[in-house]
Each structure stands twice: as C-alpha cells, then as structure tokens.
Design a protein around this ligand. Structure first.
Ligand SMILES: *Cc1c(COP(=O)(O)O)cnc(C)c1O
Length: 448
C-alpha cells in the first residue's frame, strides 16, 4: 500500500502551489513545500497513507499552514488574571486618547523634529518635556525607551569609572533578570553598598562618600516589602546629605505614580511629585506601569543634569519613536485635564467601585447560565508596584474549571487568561475592560 515513490517531488508541488497562490513569495512556498513533503514521507513510513490523492493532500496542508503561519503571533488577550499591570500581558492598556494620537501621528508625517513656526529643524524632546515638568514640578525632563534604559543612561552619563552609593537593601533584582548591581557594572560605575539589608542610616551613606563618589542612588524596592525591624533613610535626608557634599541624588522610582494610590485603599506608592519636592536631582520611572501609557522610561529633574543626559551619545540609541511620544503626550494630557481616573485604563480599573463589578458579574451570569457563578476575589496592582497590596474584586467561577479548560480559554479567540483562586478557575472582572464583556461571554461559551 505505502509507496514512498508516489510522493510528489517538491518541484511538482511548488508548480501546483505557484498556480494556486501566485501572489505569495516563492521562497516561503518552497520552505513549506519541503517541510510538508518531509512530513508526508514520515507519515507514510508509519504506514499512514492519506485518503486523498497525495498532491491534493500536500496542497491542502500547505494552504492550512499558510493560514496558521501567516497570522500575527502577538494577539490581544482578555486579562482576567486580576493583576492590573501584568508585564507578561503587556502592562498598561492604552487610553482611547493615546491610541488615537498614535494613529494620527503614525499614519502620516509629523513635526517630530521640525519647528513649524521657524520652518527649520526642531527637537523631538520638546513634546513631552514641558508636560512632564508641568505635572511633576521638575525643571527638565527626557523620555527614553524604558526605565531600565533611563537608569543605564543616567549612570553612563554621570558615574562612569566612579562610585555610586546605594543602600544594601536596595541593590535588588526588579524582575525579568533586571538587577541593579548588574546595570551599575554594565554602565561602568562602581557599586558601593552601605548599611544592612534591613537597616540603613544617613551616617552609613555619609561614611561612604569620598572623592570617588559620583552620586547617591535610591531605588524604590517596588516588588517586595521588608517589614519588621527596618530603617530606610528618607529621600529628604538623602537630599540634604548629597547636596551638602555637592553630589546628585538619583531616585529610581520604578513604577512611579502621578496620582496618590492611597486614595483607593492601596498603600501609598511614592509619587513623582513627592520625589521632586523632596529634592531628588534626577528621578526615573516607567511609562507603562502606574502612569498607564506606552512603554517608555521617563527622567525628570535638574536642568543641568538632564542636559548632560541629552548630550550623551547613548541618548540617541535609547530615544523613543514618534508613536510613543504621541501616546505618552495624550496620556500626560489626561492627567493635566484632571481626567486620568476616567480615561486611563489602569486607573479606571483601580478606581472601579465594587458594586459596578457586581452589576457586571450579574449580567454575565445571566448570559452564561448555571455553569458560572459570582464570587468575591482580590486583585493586585502588580508591575513592580505596591507589593502585597490588594483590591477587593468580583469574579466569575467557572464550575469544574480545570487546567484543560484554562488552556482552552487561553487558546480562545480572543485569548482569555483566567486564574486559579482557592482551587477554582476564576475570571477576575476588575482587570477585564468593560467593553470586553461580550467577548468574554463568547470565549467562555466556546470553551465550555
Ligand atoms: C520596573 C522597574 C524597573 C524597570 O523598568 P522598565 O520600564 O521595565 O524598564 C526599574 N526599577 C524599578 C524599581 C522597577 O520597578
């Protein structure tokens, strides 16, 4: 029965394919043709012969591969995990205003580096700088690719071959293998750790300062909490000390927030404005954590220092593109218009009242029937901010939900990422955008 010699040659298959899908690149068809011919040979060696003619079978297989292979691998996901800022799921969803700005600017040309008034070359840094200064009270600002890049630029520009003093409790790993001591080394600065893991005093910093010191660095320990017998030197104390000694104080805020988190029942996360007011000379933070914008690293602080950063060759390598600037500008404008809570998705999620989540859950249960029910659960902020802080939330329990159902949801269209909570499969509604509720119903129905 099985006769390997009946398998059409790659060339014969290619000729048939070139007639069936003539617009597709030949090199792509050749690769797929080779792979499918090999696969068929393997299959027939197992005495498994397709029911249809071999050439037709191969054409069908290649066409099916085109459907799956030529689809974007980056896809939208409904985040029902209850973690608002989930790095693996792309951190902050963008506001409508940010998306519209990115679309407007990205679809055509813009005055990215062009002074429309003078009709001559301009600077891409002006678009975000004034807004960041207005919001934070800083003198100057610069945006780069992400906060890791921001820290790298600051250390490269200010501390190469010199010492950076940091509390032992803050020489930490942020996540994804990003370790403060490694970044320091990579940038050519030398790390001087002072104090102990749980207690560091002003006198520890003072004793470590020498003519080799470039700056003092404070890192917000954003993804864990040290509790109990602890002491951290305050930012204001560090500012006093560093300024007495003529050194800059750099504050890596991590998430950074422009709004007070304690207004929503969360621990107070230090705001960027507080850092500026406390006297930090440069402050770095992420654009896509609690700020709620596109991926970026934002640096605000003293004009003379920010100018040094702008002049550094690395600034060119780390610069942000026009769509990021457009999205960030729109996001910052939401803050200045006092509409951040309504317009920026991460803040809308944080601020959503429990009764609104209950109402949505009820409507979803009505559509999905007795396979689901409403349950109280807790969300977290995530994204290296507010470690240990939780928000009360409402979810849907999928009855009998197991690992297999969880996988079917993940492979749904769109994908749905739920989580196990007390042994039950739960969709936390706080992190599902309200406009995704209809999709949520459809994906759950399909998976059940
Ligand atoms: C998240 C974080 C970083 C890295 O920021 P990215 O924007 O992810 O590059 C650095 N420092 C701290 C304290 C952080 O929390």
């Amino acid at each position: 029965m099985t006769n390997l010699r009946d398998i059409p040659s790659v060339d014969r298959l290619l000729t048939a394919l070139a007639a069936a899908v003539p617009h597709l690149p030949h090199a792509l068809l050749r690769t797929l043709a080779r792979e499918e011919v090999d696969r068929l040979r393997e299959q027939m060696r197992q005495d498994d012969r397709p029911a249809v003619a071999l050439l037709d079978h191969l054409i069908q297989r290649v066409v099916a591969r085109l459907d799956s292979d030529l689809r974007p691998t980056l896809r939208p996901v409904i985040n029902a995990s209850g973690v608002i800022i989930q790095t693996n799921l792309g951190r902050a969803p963008l506001s409508r205003a940010a998306l519209e700005a990115m679309q407007r600017v990205g679809a055509g040309y813009s005055n990215l580096e062009y002074d429309l008034d003078a009709g001559s070359r301009g600077s891409r840094t002006v678009h975000l700088e004034a807004l960041l200064c207005r919001i934070t009270g800083a003198e100057a600002a610069l945006a780069v690719n992400n906060n890791a890049a921001a820290i790298y630029l600051v250390l490269s520009a200010l501390a190469v071959g010199r010492e950076v003093i940091i509390s032992r409790g803050q020489a930490v790993e942020i996540g994804g293998g990003f370790r403060i001591p490694d970044v320091l080394r990579q940038s050519g600065a030398q790390l001087v750790e002072v104090g102990t893991t749980n207690r560091t005093y002003m006198r520890d910093y003072a004793a470590a300062i020498s003519e080799r010191t470039a700056l003092l660095l404070r890192v917000h320990t954003s993804n864990f909490r040290v509790v109990g017998f602890t002491h951290e030197t305050s930012l204001a104390e560090l500012a006093t000390l560093s300024h007495e000694r003529g050194l800059p104080l750099v504050d890596d805020l991590g998430s950074g927030t422009l709004l007070p988190t304690d207004a929503y029942g969360l621990f107070p996360e230090p705001t960027v404005q507080e850092s500026v007011a406390a006297g930090a000379d440069l402050i770095t933070f992420s654009g896509d954590k609690l700020l709620g914008g596109p991926q970026a690293g934002l640096i605000v602080g003293r004009r003379s220092l920010v100018e040094q950063l702008k002049q550094h060759p690395l600034a060119r390598a780390l610069r942000v593109d026009k769509t990021t600037i457009a999205g960030m500008e729109a996001t910052l404008l939401s803050y200045l218009h006092g509409r951040a809570i309504q317009e920026i998705p991460v803040w809308r999620m944080i601020a959503t009242p429990l009764d609104e989540l209950h109402r949505r859950a009820e409507a979803l249960v009505a559509q999905l029937g007795s396979t689901v029910s409403r349950v109280a659960c807790v969300s977290t902020v995530g994204g290296g901010s507010l470690p240990g802080a939780t928000l009360p939330s409402v979810g849907l329990v999928l009855h009998g939900g197991d690992a297999a159902l969880s996988r079917r949801l993940r492979l749904g269209e769109p994908a749905l990422v739920a989580r196990f909570y007390d042994g039950q499969l739960v969709c936390d509604l706080r992190t599902v955008l309200p406009e995704q509720d209809a999709d949520l119903v459809q994906v759950i129905q399909a998976a059940l």
